[in-house]
Design a binder for this molecule. Structure first.
Ligand code: ADP
Length: 200
């Protein structure tokens, strides 16, 4: 680790001041689950609903992260770890800036999710398991990726050729095989309300 002499300067506006100005808390809602389970769809609809209520919110997902800040990373074990480390750091900055961050990432490993939780320890953090059997995800296959993974064109694809370790103790489970999209969105809004992030 390189030595650095950067110190956090608290002459600047504090998170608590931003939260007071915004009239809501900031924090992180982490959606984990297989590809095509519905993470991104649900995150964006929750974002739209929060935005409508005047809540400062932002979705982080593969599309805006893997194409930008993490464009140099692949899908091997080490790169997946680094991918998440950067997302967590990015989330911390957005939380400090007063946002309710909705992060939609497969995040298939216990170890990585435990790391995320630990990084946010004592802070507003909600782990949401977006649960859907791989067979149903494969049927949806909105980007045709399962088909490519089955054909061996995409390697190390979660659920096909790479493991997904189910969360043992998530704050919320969304069953997207059984429930429609609107129900899942409602459940996320309800837990945000219960944890006093927002007033519905
Ligand atoms: P992920 O972000 O988990 O990869 P996406 O949200 O990109 O998943 O894709 C999920 C797809 O499944 C979308 O096309 C969505 O419309 C569809 N879908 C069908 N039924 C549901 C449901 N009950 N909940 C969430 N998504 C659903």
């Amino acid at each position: 680790m390189k030595e650095n002499h950067v110190v956090w300067d608290d002459r600047f506006v504090k998170r608590s001041e931003r939260n007071r100005l915004n009239n809501h808390k900031s924090g992180l809602v982490w959606l984990t689950g297989l590809s095509a389970s519905g993470k991104s769809t649900i995150a964006h609809l929750v974002e739209r609903e929060l935005f409508r209520k005047g809540i400062h919110t932002y979705v982080l997902d593969g599309d805006n992260v893997r194409h930008g800040i993490n464009s140099n990373l692949g899908f091997g074990r080490e790169d997946r770890k680094e991918n998440l480390r950067r997302i967590v750091e990015l989330s911390k900055l957005l939380i400090d800036a007063g946002m309710v961050v909705l992060a939609a990432f497969i995040s298939p490993y216990h170890e990585d999710r435990a790391y995320i939780r630990k990084q946010l320890e004592g802070d507003n953090f909600i782990e949401v398991y977006v649960k859907c059997p791989v067979e149903e995800c494969e049927q949806r296959d909105p980007k045709g990726q399962y088909q490519k993974a089955r054909a061996g064109i995409i390697k190390e694809y979660t659920g096909v050729s790479s493991p997904y370790e189910e969360p043992e103790n998530p704050d919320l489970v969304l069953d997207t095989e059984k429930d429609d999209i609107e129900t899942s969105v409602r459940h996320v809004l309800e837990i945000l309300e219960k944890r006093n992030f927002i007033e519905l």
